[in-house]
Design a protein around this ligand. Structure first.
Ligand code: RIB
Ligand code: CA
Length: 350
């Protein structure tokens, strides 16, 4: 049974892998893609989304442009993390596919209304456009089958300030709107939250790329290696593998630069895997709220696990998973997909 998914991304390197994963997985039926400003400006996010659909020779999938700015503060982007265009060292031709005439917020609402109780929402970027959609349609928590969010940090350091995670940090007001609104979701349909606590256990290393290349039957002569000069480009014959290597190499170099090792946290593909099968993670209910007024704690997500606030839980937080099993699944899906889209016999050579 295919799952209709409304995907909201700030494409970025790991967002791109999440989209690839969903395009590769037969269980996923992408209803539309909302482009949210975050890693890079919203126009670049949308261009990346359209170009990825071209790379994957995907069918027509609506890509909508979201708000250019967060709800209440100026946009902050992070090209140092994801590259000047948000896809690392990879370069994709500008797509001729048209953007949706509808805003991202309107697409959220229209998709949810079109099939009440069946659409799953997946957010792997700031929650700006979902918050705007909630203004248009306050019943979204009842209309969506479920919501999966990559964001926040609970018993874990932040990655943007000592206490806050990037997606929430970019638009903390939107995050609070979403967590408050989804307090009204039924207990069996609370948002599933994939925070840094769990996504920073999802560490992609070069051998994962090698395995994807193997599945795709492409001989990549350039699996990233810590000893490589910065910015090497792949000559892998499979265009999807070439994209992955060029994008993730940038992410490896970024994580190493900040002392985390030559690896890349696959935050968003993990959230996509949870969207496809929540059973890949152990979930624990909590009441989540977002700090807006703190000076050094602004954008911190706080989980009340024990009901100290006297409020019903509004989230199911992913607390445990099997990273190796996740990578086995993702590698197979993306590798086989790459070989299907670009069969080895007819791969274009750069
Ligand atoms: O904090 C990690 C999150 O911020 C990921 O979604 C990454 O793509 C960035 O958006
Ligand atoms: Ca993201």
């Amino acid at each position: 049974m295919r799952q209709k998914i409304m995907v909201d991304v700030d494409t970025g390197i790991d967002d791109a892998l999440a989209l690839l994963y969903l395009l590769a997985d037969p269980r996923a039926d992408i209803a539309a893609i909302a482009s949210t400003a975050g890693n890079v400006p919203v126009e670049q996010v949308a261009a990346n989304n359209l170009a990825l659909l071209d790379l994957c020779r995907a069918p027509e999938i609506e890509v909508a442009l979201g708000a250019a700015q967060p709800l209440a503060i100026p946009l902050r982007t992070t090209e140092d993390t994801h590259g000047p265009q948000g896809i690392g060292y990879a370069e994709l031709p500008v797509s001729a596919r048209p953007l949706s005439p509808r805003s991202a917020a309107q697409v959220w609402v229209d998709v949810a209304r079109s099939a009440p109780g069946t659409v799953l929402g997946l957010c792997t970027g700031p929650l700006t456009n979902l918050a705007l959609a909630l203004e248009l349609e306050p019943a979204l928590p009842q209309l969506l089958r479920r919501l999966v969010i990559m964001g926040g940090a609970f018993q874990h350091p932040g990655n943007t300030t000592p206490a806050s995670e990037w997606n929430v940090h970019v638009d903390p007001e939107a995050a609070k709107v979403v967590f408050d609104a989804f307090s009204a979701a039924p207990p069996d349909r609370r948002p599933i939250v994939c925070a840094l606590d769990i996504t920073e256990t999802i560490e992609m290393v070069p051998d994962h790329l090698r395995r994807i290349a193997e599945y795709a039957c492409t001989e990549p002569d350039t699996i990233p290696d810590p000893g490589d000069p910065l910015g090497m480009r792949s000559a892998a014959t499979n265009p999807i593998v070439r994209f992955l290597i060029d994008a993730v190499r940038f992410y490896f170099e970024f994580h190493r630069q900040y002392g985390q090792g030559y690896l890349a946290h696959m935050h968003d593909p993990f959230a996509a895997a949870v969207a496809l099968d929540p059973a890949v993670a152990v979930l624990r209910p909590a009441t989540v709220d977002v700090e807006l007024a703190g000076t050094i704690t602004r954008a911190t997500t706080v989980a009340d696990w024990a009901g100290m606030w006297g409020r019903e839980p509004n989230a199911d937080i992913a607390v445990r998973t099997d990273p190796a099993a996740f990578f086995d699944q993702m590698i197979a899906r993306i590798g086989e997909f790459a070989a299907t889209v670009y069969p080895p016999a007819v791969q274009e050579v750069r």
